[in-house]
Design a protein around this ligand. Structure first.
Ligand code: NAP
Length: 298
């Protein structure tokens, strides 16, 4: 526990999954003394051993039900595709008054796969810290990951106010700015700001991978001309991103439809030599970059 903190925010926090996000959160909780006990659950012994070696918790188990026993905060930090299995295992061990949260990138998954199976008296406060890197696993985490970024909370109307406030306080300690959103709105916003860019990056890098051998070598050699930035995004965890596209199907397809229309318009402008059209689009997009820098999100 940190010296400044007399009573920690939580007695026992259970982290289900200890990859990039779970381990970064563990670092924050440790640093600021936000919990008396951190219980860590993962799927494989290798991950648990690494988490133990890094001192990311006080107890380590392959049994998520064991981890949540007596916890006043449980945070699901697994890929979205594991949520159904996780809630099946932990539901019988959740006691009334416990706060159940998560860090998933698509919030509909909590509403559909988790909330219906949560025992009465458990407060569901889903969250999404919009911060990340292309790395995964317990060794990639660091407390500063969250600083200055947004954390979006999506509790349903009528959720216990105190429970929401405690989750807010947790993420504020991590240095995050808090925003509340309705679930489907969150999923639409993230479809354009995060999911579509990842899909584009995966596709471009995939296209390059399929090139003839003599071109492939040149792609690597001259990657600094633009391609390199896409490869960083396209190096993100394949399982996590598979789950995001499956979970946010509707919103991604909607935004992808708009994108392909715009791409076709660009294709036509290039074919017809419409330089004015290209220049006007590129000028508008430059302004967005400036706004992001001004909002300190660059
Ligand atoms: P990660 O580094 O791949 O870690 C995933 C963790 O979940 C691992 O510890 C894994 O354990 C564990 N896990 C998988 N299935 C499990 C199960 N059935 N029961 C218990 N543990 C299980 O993933 P991450 O990047 O931290 O992402 C975790 C969540 O955060 C995802 O839902 C993602 O959408 C969200 N998120 C990610 C980012 C990002 O940039 N990475 C940003 C914001 C939010 P094993 O290693 O033992 O398999």
């Amino acid at each position: 526990m940190g010296p400044a903190q007399t009573k920690p925010l939580f007695e026992r926090v259970a982290l289900i999954g200890i990859g990039l996000i779970g381990s970064s959160l563990a670092h924050v909780i440790r640093r600021d003394g936000l919990a008396r006990h951190i219980a860590v659950a993962a799927r494989t012994q290798t991950t648990l051993d690494t988490a133990k070696r890094l001192g990311l918790g006080d107890s380590f188990t392959l049994d998520a039900a064991e981890a949540v026993k007596g916890a006043d905060l449980v945070v699901i930090c697994t890929p979205l595709g594991a949520y159904k299995d996780v809630i099946k295992v932990i539901a019988p061990a959740l006691r009334p008054g416990t706060i159940l949260s998560d860090v998933g990138s698509v919030k509909e998954t909590m509403r559909r796969d988790v909330t219906p199976f949560v025992p009465t008296g458990v407060h569901v406060v889903p969250g999404h810290p919009v911060a990340g890197t292309e790395h995964s696993g317990p060794e990639s985490g660091f407390a500063e990951l969250f600083r200055g970024r947004w954390c979006i909370l999506t509790p349903e109307p009528g959720t216990d106010k105190q429970a929401i406030e405690r989750v807010e306080e947790l993420w504020r300690s991590a240095g995050m700015l808090i925003e509340f959103m309705e679930i489907s709105h969150h999923d639409q916003v993230l479809a354009i700001t995060s999911h579509l860019p990842h899909l584009i990056a995966y596709t471009i890098v995939g296209t390059a991978t399929d090139l003839e051998e003599h071109l492939k070598g040149e792609v690597i050699k001259f990657s600094a001309s633009g391609f390199r930035d896409f490869t960083r995004i396209a190096a993100s965890d394949p399982v996590m991103w598979r789950d995001i596209f499956l979970a946010n199907r509707e919103a991604v397809l909607e935004i992808l439809g708009r994108f392909t229309e715009d791409l076709t318009a660009m294709q036509r402008a290039i074919r017809r030599g419409e330089g004015d059209m290209l220049q006007s689009v590129f000028t508008r997009t430059r302004a967005i970059r400036r706004s992001i820098i001004e909002a300190k999100q660059a």
